[in-house]
Design a protein around this ligand. Structure first.
Ligand code: FAD
Length: 472
């Protein structure tokens, strides 16, 4: 096996986390008067670089001033039942404004999306051009440092460690298919979860994982390698290993990310044309992953949104059906069932039963309107508008995986911890492959988490290197 030159830093992964780490290291070194030698490893070819970050719209759960929504930390403690690392969440909250500045300073422009729910403003920021803009701007910034280079079609295979257990590089398989060692004083693992690895998905998430679609092309490159490589040398884990963030997508298209968010405004039936889920129990942001998981885990990956012209007369609601294929449309429920491949008698019975059970409250998508059903199972607790305004519309949907919850355990400085709780010298991790979430995911926090702890990892590794150099 050949050996490459020595790097100050080897970063595994070229998404938001990896590029934030590489750029923050390079700039800190430059501020200290040295040009750093950095290798960023990317499994994909250059046109496909950037992992999931490249494909996301990158909604961020922050206000106009780039402050994380103050509900986040309490929400994480509540839904995780105290399992989510509180110190990590608090550091995340306090560092998010610096991440906003970091991204803006590197040319990423943001737009603010404002909405209200229950009278409370729901503010999200989104980069113009989505995550692709983050990848491109950070990669351009990195290219300004002559000692830094992105190595495409180069995949990390295992960590190299010294006899004392210090991580000192990465064994990689390059474009020629051969192995070589890239030595580095520090290594940042930023190569995503195991959403692109059906073997690990089956092992941790369970039966029928092979039926999960992948939400976007970049997601498939994330095969759990960072988690595997670090646990091989004794790293601790965190996050729920059988947990995942999934979303319902239109099964008729090959477009990336064809997400149908608006289950709240429809009734959702399974392959037997029966409702199986309270579509109005929680608002969209708090339930879109839960219903997707249910469709995969218990409904044979088959479900259908059923709705009518009343909803289609409200473009702000249908804008949530983000697919490039028009819905199936019919003048009768029976015809809709036929076109969707459902039993017409069964769908008609489900719709009739639902319509007869809804109360007369006013429909209001901006709050929990109490327009609910009674006497049917499962109920629909809000937004139960009868489906009786033809024409009728339907979408066939299935769950697509976005990312996995389980990952490595790090401290708040992004250092990977051993099972005994000690930082493993030379090893950092950031992004999806750091396990944080349990039971539920709060939308708009994953890209932020990746860039925030990537930035922290790069800065810490450089500060550590500077101390070592001074001490020599
Ligand atoms: C369609 C879609 C929409 C999303 N919407 C949102 C949203 O609105 N808000 C939000 O916060 N999050 C969203 N997410 C999730 C979010 O995009 C990711 O969780 C986040 O970008 C992960 O960043 P990362 O840097 O950890 O991983 P990634 O961006 O996935 O980068 C991982 C990198 O590692 C590389 N890699 C993997 N294994 C190896 C290896 N062995 N060797 C070398 N390289 C390797 C990959 O090729 C890739 O470059 C969405 C995801 C998708 C797919």
């Amino acid at each position: 096996m050949s050996s490459d030159s020595n790097y100050d830093l080897v970063v595994v992964g070229c998404g938001g986390a990896g590029l934030s780490a590489a750029v923050s290291y390079a700039e800190a070194a430059k501020a200290n008067g040295r040009e750093a030698n950095i290798a960023v490893l990317e499994r994909a070819a250059e046109p496909d670089r950037g992992g999931s970050t490249r494909w996301t719209m990158a909604g961020m759960y922050v206000d106009q001033n780039f402050k994380l929504n103050p509900r986040f930390v309490g929400w994480m403690q509540e839904v995780s039942k105290g399992l989510a690392d509180l110190d990590y969440c608090l550091t995340f909250e306090s560092e998010v404004p610096n991440t906003g500045k970091f991204l803006r300073d590197h040319g990423v422009e943001f737009m603010v999306i404002e909405d209200t729910f229950e009278g409370e403003p729901q503010v999200y920021n989104m980069p113009n051009g989505g995550g692709h803009s983050i990848v491109n701007h950070l990669a351009d910034s990195l290219a300004e440092h002559p000692g830094a280079k992105i190595h495409y079609e180069t995949e990390a295979v295992r960590l190299s460690i010294s006899d004392e257990g210090r991580v000192n590089g990465v064994v990689v398989r390059g474009p020629d298919g051969l192995l070589k060692t890239m030595h580095g004083d520090a290594v940042v693992l930023a190569c995503g979860g195991f959403e692109g690895n059906y073997e690990m998905l089956t092992q941790y998430c369970g039966k029928d994982a092979v039926d999960l679609r992948v939400l976007a092309p970049g997601t498939q490159y994330n095969k759990g390698d960072g988690i595997r490589m670090a646990t091989e040398i004794g790293a601790a884990t965190s996050g729920q290993f059988d947990g995942m963030h999934a979303e319902l997508v239109d099964i008729r298209t090959d477009r990336a990310d064809p997400v149908l968010y608006g289950h709240n405004w429809t009734i959702v039936v399974n392959g037997e044309a029966k409702r199986f889920y309270d579509e109005g129990a929680k608002n969209m942001g708090d339930s879109f992953e839960l219903i997707a998981y249910e469709v995969w885990a218990n409904q044979n990956q088959q479900a259908f949104f059923i709705t009518d012209q009343f909803i289609f007369d409200q473009p702000e609601l249908t804008a949530r059906f983000d697919t490039d294929i028009p819905p199936v449309k019919a003048d009768t429920i029976r015809d809709l069932a036929n076109q969707l491949g459902l039993d017409p008698d069964a769908l008609e019975a489900t719709v009739n039963e639902f319509n007869a059970s809804a109360n007369d409250n006013e429909f209001d998508p901006k709050r929990y309107d109490g327009k609910s059903t009674s006497g049917i199972e499962p109920p629909k607790s809000n937004w139960a508008f009868p489906v009786n305004h033809p024409p009728y519309y339907g979408y066939p949907v299935a769950a697509a995986i976005c990312f996995t919850y389980g990952g490595l355990k790090t401290d708040t400085e992004a250092r990977v911890l051993s099972k005994g709780g000690k930082p493993i010298p030379g090893l950092y991790a950031a992004g999806e492959l750091v396990g944080l979430y349990y039971h539920e995911y709060k939308g708009g926090t994953s890209v932020l988490k990746a860039c925030t702890f990537g930035r922290i990892a790069g800065a810490h590794a450089e500060a550590n290197a500077a101390v070592t150099v001074t001490a020599r």
